[in-house]
Design a protein around this ligand. Structure first.
Ligand SMILES: [Zn+2]
Length: 315
């Protein structure tokens, strides 16, 4: 059994925005060198089937993404998209549908391999990211919700309870919507985010339902604050829920260099943070953790954060 597998498909580089767009192919290009350097097995995943996508997204939405991708529209503005399925800011290019289905498929395959014991942990180096994509809507940089599709696939593959930890700087509003709509109480969603995040549309914060815990992080927090909130709120929620597998929406935009955020984490803090989740997984679910890339937009910081994240997953 491999301890840590990586799932990566070159199609992820064919999802394009426009020059200067923060969520860009270069984010992934450099990561492949780290996988080689750490001698991690890199698996090219199969794309998610429509049936897998339909567990999280409506057939109409999936078909819509496919059709606008075929038109090759780089920018989904109100002028050239006649439905409200995709936010104006969200980019859809010719390669996007394949990249997005391969991204969701990567998490499904990683979940299967982890549950069946082919590996103990997995990192999915994917784009487009997924956590803002809801049942019938693409938003932010996200088209299909890779982690939510993976969590629902885990339930289909024999897991009884799945926990999702989203430590991206932004709230995973799409994941929350899918979990509330289709999780059946078998998925716990925990999301930390910088306080005031525009994607958080909940009226309250904290334990807003049995299946959703939100953890706002005060602006300009360093790791001392973030670590304390994880120890006090996130990790205890995992122990209470007792998952069979833990999925991570791994956004690295809490880093102090990230252009989109005001949090102050150092790269090495992601090793500590990931290690806390790995320790819980070792105690609760035979170490099973599947992580999927979400945000992180400063290339040097992203590279170094992912290196620390993988080091903790590979322990
Ligand atoms: Zn983010």
């Amino acid at each position: 059994m491999n301890k840590l597998n990586v799932y990566y498909h070159p199609s992820s580089l064919e999802h394009k925005g426009f020059p200067g767009f923060a969520e860009r192919p270069a984010r992934l290009k450099k990561l492949t060198a780290i996988f080689n350097e750490m001698s991690l097995p890199v698996i090219q995943p199969n794309g998610a089937t429509e049936a897998m996508l339909h567990r999280a997204h409506t057939p109409e939405y999936v078909a819509h993404v496919k059709s606008i991708g075929e038109k090759g529209l780089i920018r989904a503005t109100a002028a050239n998209i006649t439905s409200n399925h995709v936010q104006w800011y969200t980019r859809v290019s010719k390669g996007s549908y394949k990249a997005a289905t391969d991204a969701a498929g990567a998490v499904c395959q990683a979940v299967e391999d982890t549950l069946s014991g082919k590996c103990n942990r997995a990192f999915c180096a994917v784009r487009p990211p997924g956590h803002h994509a809801g049942p019938e809507r693409g938003e932010g940089f996200c088209l299909f919700n890779n982690v939510a599709v993976g969590a629902l696939h885990a339930l289909e593959s024999g897991a009884q309870r799945v926990a999702i930890i989203d430590f991206d700087r932004h709230h995973g509003n799409g994941t929350q919507d899918i979990v509330e709509k289709g999780g059946g109480g078998k998925i716990l969603f925990v999301s930390s985010y910088q306080d005031g995040c525009k994607y958080n549309r909940n009226d309250t914060e904290g334990r807003i339902s049995p299946e959703v815990l939100t953890v706002p992080l005060p602006e300009n927090s360093g790791f001392t604050t973030v670590e304390a909130l994880f120890r006090q709120q996130v990790i205890p929620a995992l122990y209470e829920f007792k998952p069979d597998i833990i999925l991570i929406s791994a956004g690295f935009d809490m880093h102090k260099s990230d252009p989109l955020t005001n949090l102050k984490l150092e790269s090495k803090d992601y090793e500590t943070l990931t290690g806390m989740i790995v320790d819980a997984a070792n105690n609760l679910c035979q170490g099973r953790v599947v992580s999927a890339l979400e945000g992180g937009y400063e290339l040097k910081a992203l590279e170094s954060c992912v290196r620390h994240h993988l080091t903790a997953l590979n322990r």
